[in-house]
Design a protein around this ligand. Structure first.
Ligand code: ZN
Length: 241
């Protein structure tokens, strides 16, 4: 998903919690957590470096664009866990996500038919969440508390549209070693979990829009795509990728 908060770049100025957003009823929203430490794979940790070691190690991959078949096809379950190849792929996906200032990236966005996504995303309370999920399933959402907020996608570069999503989402899957994961997201992070799991089912945020709004987003992408890609190229050079 596009629009990492607090980063430079074309996308980041138009996304963010509360930016041009309208919130629905919040009565049953979960309370702010007392533990505000960052979370790695759903578990609080004392420190996360600004630049993740995974992203430092990883190589840049090409990000696929709307219209490519791999983005419109449900991805296959990952059956081989704990391999060196899987670890390298997750590093590469983190690196690619960092270069594009993304908050999340799914495997079919780098051309691979596998149910994997990575994320580096702040939640509604400003808590940074980092990790990956393999074979993710959304196991619950709180559907009454929806948020209508701008959403973007690295595979629809430069465009954004209002998408209504639940405020809270729980995503379950496994990590690269096969350990079970249960990741709960609130606000932007819930949006990220839903957006990335959608990708692996062959859906883009564009598929949540009216035909008219979809055409508008596609025109916006046509106008902004080259500048967005140029921003990524510059950022990649700055990061030595
Ligand atoms: Zn996306």
């Amino acid at each position: 998903m596009g629009g990492r908060i607090g980063q430079n770049g074309v996308m980041s100025s138009i996304f963010g919690i509360g930016v041009r957003g309208r919130r629905g009823a919040d009565k049953a929203a979960p309370p702010a957590p007392t533990d505000r430490r960052p979370r790695l794979l759903g578990q609080p940790v004392d420190h996360l470096p600004a630049r993740l070691p995974q992203a430092k190690r990883g190589r840049r991959m090409r990000i696929t664009v709307v219209g490519e078949e791999v983005l419109a096809t449900p991805c296959k379950e990952v059956t081989e866990l704990g391999t060196k190849e899987l670890k390298t792929l997750i590093d590469d996906m983190h690196a690619t996500n960092e270069i594009a200032n993304g908050v999340g990236l799914a495997a079919n966005q780098v051309g691979l038919d596998l149910r994997i996504f990575v994320y580096d995303c702040e939640d509604a309370f400003g808590v940074r969440n980092v990790g990956h999920v393999i074979n993710p399933v959304i196991t619950s959402t709180s559907g009454e508390q929806v948020i209508e907020e701008h959403e973007g996608c690295l595979s629809v570069p430069g465009a954004a549209a209002l998408v209504t999503r639940p405020r809270v989402a729980v995503c379950e899957g496994v990590d690269l070693r096969g350990n079970p994961l249960r990741i709960e997201g609130v606000g932007m992070f819930a949006r990220c979990l839903l957006h990335e799991t959608d990708h692996l089912d062959g859906r883009l945020y564009l598929d949540h829009l009216s035909a008219r709004e979809r055409r508008r987003a596609m025109r916006e992408m046509e106008a902004e795509r080259d500048e967005t890609w140029a921003t990524w190229d510059t950022h990649a050079r700055e990061l030595g990728k």
